[in-house]
Design a protein around this ligand. Structure first.
Ligand SMILES: *[C@@H]1O[C@H](CO)[C@@H](O)[C@H](O)[C@H]1NC(C)=O
Ligand SMILES: *[C@@H]1O[C@H](CO)[C@@H](O)[C@H](O)[C@H]1NC(C)=O
Ligand SMILES: *[C@@H]1O[C@H](CO)[C@@H](O)[C@H](O)[C@H]1NC(C)=O
Ligand SMILES: *[C@@H]1O[C@H](CO)[C@@H](O)[C@H](O)[C@H]1NC(C)=O
Ligand SMILES: *[C@@H]1O[C@H](CO)[C@@H](O)[C@H](O)[C@H]1NC(C)=O
Ligand SMILES: *[C@@H]1O[C@H](CO)[C@@H](O)[C@H](O)[C@H]1NC(C)=O
Ligand SMILES: *[C@@H]1O[C@H](CO)[C@@H](O)[C@H](O)[C@H]1NC(C)=O
Ligand SMILES: *[C@@H]1O[C@H](CO)[C@@H](O)[C@H](O)[C@H]1NC(C)=O
Ligand SMILES: *[C@@H]1O[C@H](CO)[C@@H](O)[C@H](O)[C@H]1NC(C)=O
Ligand SMILES: *[C@@H]1O[C@H](CO)[C@@H](O)[C@H](O)[C@H]1NC(C)=O
Length: 487
């Protein structure tokens, strides 16, 4: 009896330590970066309790003191060589950037380098020593049980990631991955992984369905099935996580948890980035948060929480590259949200809504027949009260299909609590922040404060960061049982 109890206890400690949390990355490549106290005020107002910094900025760490916010600090890539080559440098780094701040600032992890294997391969030989040196310094300070040490990887180091059961890490890196996993295992740490279904989708050239990347429901025949395990995958995110689990198992490591250090979707792009839209960003992030908070786990590990840091708090206007690079944020530097997450009912995480209202409108130039069909559906099966559209009623004019569908779409959207996917209507609807009300025709949601808002939004950025900038990805999906597509 006692033995059984012990076994169960240790199993549950190993696998389900605590509920998944949602955190936010704070990048700081902004021309008008808010002050540390403004950043913290935003985090508090949004009830964001976990953040990841891309460095260990002293002013930010001081502002985070006594807030209860859990902080992951980072050894930036440009300091990695020093830290990995010298125990003394590592000890100094920990003294200055960690020991000086705890316990007032609750530092819970140190992220050592960023996507080193793929973005700074010449530093790969010192990566594991860097982890070990940092850890030794924590041991010496008696902080090693409360502060985890790990290093975030791009998911592109996983080869043949679909079906997940056949995935493995690029074997060229075994000399780093094996000792790294040994280190994570022996220190009870976790694998840090950056997961970007946006890039998987973009680079698949239309082969990966957008809905599969956005966690939208798929018809069963479009679900990806792993023919070895017969597990069904309904979204790219889960497939990548299970591929990472299998890749670790391929190296004989089976019980190292995963924390997703970066995941998100850009809300704006240039003409070649048509899926970087506010609606897609909102759908992805809202669905991701719901997926996390629900402790859904993955098909291979159902119910096992996967904590995730959203990329990222602010739009970083100084980041080089395409337009989308500068538009991953949840907030503008002013603290105004880029979009209102569809999180009604998720409780947690989100504070009082401080965001602007959103509305669902007919897309400009949408096909009129499709609009009419959607309008009919909304006023019928959709149970929208369309009486304000009748002749003599406030929303009758302008008497066009576009105007009437906009009213019906917005009513439905608000009736559904602005839930993700409820402003779609076969693609003829889009979310906007502009109130379409006119004259005495008041749209649902107009006036801002009408109850259906989600409880707040999310979190933030830091400096030189790391998300995948194209290149090979090594992600494959089965579109059906016969078609394997690798991107
Ligand atoms: C710091 O965070 C850890 C992990 O969430 C938590 O267990 C601990 O209670 C926190 N410490 C303080 C002082 O808030
Ligand atoms: C590194 O320094 C720590 C103290 O910070 C010490 O405990 C450890 O033995 C040192 N390791 C090596 C390999 O020198
Ligand atoms: C594996 O890593 C090596 C070294 O970086 C790289 O040259 C090779 O292209 C990678 N293989 C795949 C399939 O990504
Ligand atoms: C994993 O374990 C198997 C069986 O014990 C062994 O054959 C294989 O070499 C191991 N792989 C690694 C990478 O250690
Ligand atoms: C949350 O989990 C419950 C029970 O596991 C499930 O029925 C529900 O569909 C999940 N919701 C989401 C949004 O995944
Ligand atoms: C929510 O907002 C109301 C009014 O704007 C304010 O009185 C209340 O304190 C806020 N609650 C939280 C938890 O921020
Ligand atoms: C959003 O709210 C901010 C602050 O309340 C306001 O300045 C801004 O004009 C609003 N934007 C829209 C599109 O309503
Ligand atoms: C808010 O909702 C209530 C009930 O749903 C409705 O009576 C009221 O008119 C709404 N107010 C605004 C400003 O939309
Ligand atoms: C917002 O969160 C508070 C506590 O976290 C909860 O009591 C309240 O019901 C939530 N409101 C909405 C609209 O979800
Ligand atoms: C970011 O990286 C660039 C070039 O890689 C470097 O010049 C710059 O100093 C870095 N910024 C920070 C804050 O580390």
């Amino acid at each position: 009896m006692a033995l059984l109890f012990l076994c169960l206890l240790s199993l549950s400690v190993a696998v389900v330590a605590e509920d998944a949390f949602i955190g936010v990355n704070i990048g700081t490549d902004l021309s008008n970066m808010p002050s540390p106290s403004q950043v913290v005020a935003l985090l508090k107002s949004q009830q964001i309790r976990h953040v990841r910094l891309y460095d260990a900025d002293r002013a930010v760490l001081l502002a985070l003191a006594n807030t209860g916010i859990r902080v992951t600090v980072s050894v930036p890539n440009n300091e990695l060589l020093g830290v990995g080559q010298s125990n003394a440098t590592a000890a100094n780094w920990v003294a200055r950037n960690v020991v000086a701040h705890v316990p007032a600032t609750n530092i819970t992890a140190i992220s050592v380098g960023s996507e080193v294997l793929t973005s700074l391969p010449n530093a790969a030989p010192v990566l594991v020593s860097a982890l070990q040196f940092i850890h030794s310094a924590l041991v010496a300070a008696n902080l090693d049980t409360q502060i985890k040490v790990s290093t975030p990887h791009s998911s592109s180091i996983i080869i043949d990631s679909f079906p997940p059961s056949q995935a493995f890490f690029n074997h060229s890196w075994n000399s780093v991955m094996v000792p790294m996993l040994k280190f994570l295992h022996s220190t009870n740490s976790y694998l840090m992984l950056n997961v970007y279904p946006y890039y998987d989708y973009i680079q698949s050239n239309g082969v990966i369905p957008l809905d599969y990347a956005l966690f939208r429901p798929l018809p069963p025949n479009k679900e990806a099935v792993d023919s070895n395990t017969l597990l069904h995958y309904t979204n790219v995110f889960d497939a990548v996580l299970d591929a990472a689990h299998h890749a670790m198992a391929d190296l004989n490591f089976t019980n190292i948890p995963i924390v997703v250090m970066e995941s998100g979707w850009p809300s704006k792009g240039d003409s070649s980035e048509r899926d970087a839209t506010v609606d897609n960003a909102n759908t992805y992030v809202s669905n991701l948060i719901r997926h996390m908070l629900n402790n859904t786990g993955t098909p291979k590990y159902p119910g096992v929480p996967v904590s995730t840091f959203i990329y990222e708090l602010y739009n970083e206007d100084l980041r080089p590259g395409s337009v989308s690079e500068r538009n991953w944020g949840l907030f503008e530097p002013s603290g105004v949200p880029v979009y209102t997450l569809h999180l009604t009912g998720s409780g947690l995480v989100l504070a009082n809504d401080t965001t602007n209202q959103t509305y669902c409108v007919a897309k400009e130039g949408a096909d009129r027949k499709l609009l009419q069909a959607a309008l009919d559906w909304a006023c019928g099966q959709g149970k929208v009260d369309c009486s304000p559209l009748l002749q003599g009623q406030p929303c009758y004019n302008p008497n066009t299909v576009e105007a009437h569908s906009t009213y019906a779409f917005d009513s439905y959207y608000h009736q559904m609590g602005m839930a993700s996917g409820t402003c779609y209507f076969n693609g003829v609807a889009a979310v906007t922040t502009t109130d379409p009300s006119h004259g005495s025709c008041l749209f649902p949601g107009s006036g801002g404060k009408n109850g259906t808002f989600a409880n707040g939004t999310l979190l933030a950025p830091s400096s030189n960061f790391s998300h995948r900038e194209g290149g090979e990805l090594g992600t494959c999906v089965y579109l059906n049982s016969n078609t394997l597509v690798c991107v």
